[in-house]
Design a protein around this ligand. Sequence first.
Ligand code: GUN
Length: 302
Amino acid sequence: MTLDLAAPQLAATILDGKAMAGLLKAEVARDIAKLNSLSVVPGLAVALVGEDPASNVYVSSKVKACHDLGIQSSMEHLPASTTQAELLALIDRWNADPNIDGILVQLPLPKGIDVNAVVDHVHPSKDVDGFHPHNLGLLVSGRPGLVACTPAGIMKMLAIYGQSSGWTPAGKRAVVLGRSITVGKPMAALLVNAHATVTVCHSRTPDLAGRVAEADLVIAAVGSPKLVQGGWIKRGAVVVDVGIHRGDTGKLCGDVDFETARYMAAAISPVPGGVGPMTIAQLMRNTVDACIARRNVTLPTS
Ligand code: GUN
């Protein structure tokens, strides 16, 4: 289908992740103030291994968010030559440290380090990324646990959009593009738990455009700049763009061609300023939740 720009257009609601993350962070800040009143300061430990420029930027944003909200952060920037044994030893130290509530090892890891070994080594109670098989198992069984920050942040984004529009994923057809452990798989589980009918597409899915055209909700997390064209999107769909890419001109773009998609979607998240800020706000939420659960505290009401 080609996009007919002469047809009457919808004015898509822009899912403003920055503003929504502000709401989420304000809630987290209130809980941190209550924890502080009980002499508890939540702590997050972050490991960055190697020199991936994008990872460097993401980790800096995470550490800054901790600083802004009053979460104690410890950040270890390790050389790309770090061995798996050295990284596991660092995680051992953090697992044993009572002041650390959350542990995050930024992915991707350099070649030679087995990501599964690292993920499995983080104690599930401190797994603020929600990647440990224990937490993934809880998610798939529909039980409470720590959930990966990007998909959990997207669910909050959809919930906030729903407050003003009445939109809900229940009963909708959702298409998730991408099957990573960081986004696609937990996203699909969250949407199933929210009563959507979910299709997960990936590099071997035939007729991607056809699958997207059937969707009331599109979550694009494939890592391919502007792959999803406006002409693929069903009129009135909700479109969430997880991709982030820097074009030749230096301008950021997502996995969705925003300029064409915005004329088809009822709501669409921009890049930048969409999913990214929600991921970071959700990491703060997960750290505080891990703190409350681990330290077995009851927050004072009001
Ligand atoms: N790399 C890209 N996204 C993520 C994330 O959510 N957590 C971690 N640890 N690494 C990532």
